[in-house]
Design a protein around this ligand. Sequence first.
Ligand code: ZN
Ligand code: ZN
Length: 168
Amino acid sequence: MSENSEPAFVINCPECDMDGEFEDVSAASLFYSKHREHTSHEPEWERADLAVNLAERTQWSVFCDECAETWEFSSESEVEVFMAEHATYTDHEATEIVTDEKTTVATDDLIELIREFDNVTPDGIPEALIYAVTGDLGLSKRQINAKVDELKQNGEVYEPSTGHLRAT
Ligand SMILES: [Zn+2]
Ligand SMILES: [Zn+2]
């Protein structure tokens, strides 16, 4: 964060043409949740400078000419194991390893984020706040929703009220 006085959180409601500026995630989240509750509007998070440790991971792809197949991995060690096994259990070696710039957020990091901030409002952490933070990493709402659905199915998070999440 820089020394200037940019607020850490900016919420804008396009319907009301109303801006809220906050230094604190709880105040921002409460404004977001209450504005939604009282107006049924969907305010946008223009800024969400949340100090979270969301690792950007490189996606590894292994391609085999012989099999004409691609396999994807999230670490170099997984790639090494796969390459060794491919050489052992087939009669050839996989040909190419490609590292992809694609950013992903690990499910573990996501549950940690939810757990750390699920007390920012009485209803939990706004999903829109998660989208704002992960959007800055270049992740789409759809990618995050897929992970959130996974966490819900595993019973690790639930939705105390619409658009809010809490860890179990
Ligand atoms: Zn509004
Ligand atoms: Zn092969």
